[in-house]
Design a protein around this ligand. Structure first.
Ligand SMILES: [Zn+2]
Ligand SMILES: [Zn+2]
Length: 120
């Protein structure tokens, strides 16, 4: 049996291709994965998790969000800023721990009171 089916497809508002799209949470414009990177930005929902609560905003709305989305965009931007700070702190912390590790190694080499069998 043959049947004709109507299939609804989503098209990207930027490149006009039938792709999986995301809506800008401010103006509702729909962009595909590739265009999202070019004409907008995806914001993280938390420091750890990605997924469905991530937010997409188009460049125009990032500059000038519609009033209903202003607070939401601000919150998402703050979350992203926290993520950046967190990464910077971690990198700094790692670096300091590594330096300390090296220092300990040097000190242990100089330490004459370590029994011989423990020396390398
Ligand atoms: Zn596109
Ligand atoms: Zn928008």
């Amino acid at each position: 049996m043959k049947k004709k089916e109507m299939v609804e497809r989503e098209y990207c508002d930027e490149c006009n291709k039938p792709e999986y799209i995301d809506k800008c949470l401010s103006c509702g414009i729909e962009h595909c994965y590739n265009c999202k990177k070019k004409v907008g930005k995806v914001y993280p929902y938390s420091l750890w998790a990605g997924g469905s609560r991530e937010a997409y905003f188009c460049s125009r709305c990032i500059e000038n969000p519609q009033s209903h989305a202003k607070e939401l965009l601000t919150a998402y931007r703050q979350m992203q800023e926290m993520g950046n700070q967190y990464k910077a702190i971690c990198a700094d912390f790692d670096k300091r721990a590594e330096e300390l590790e090296q220092r300990i190694n040097e000190l242990r080499k100089e330490n004459k009171y370590i029994p011989k069998w423990q020396k390398e």
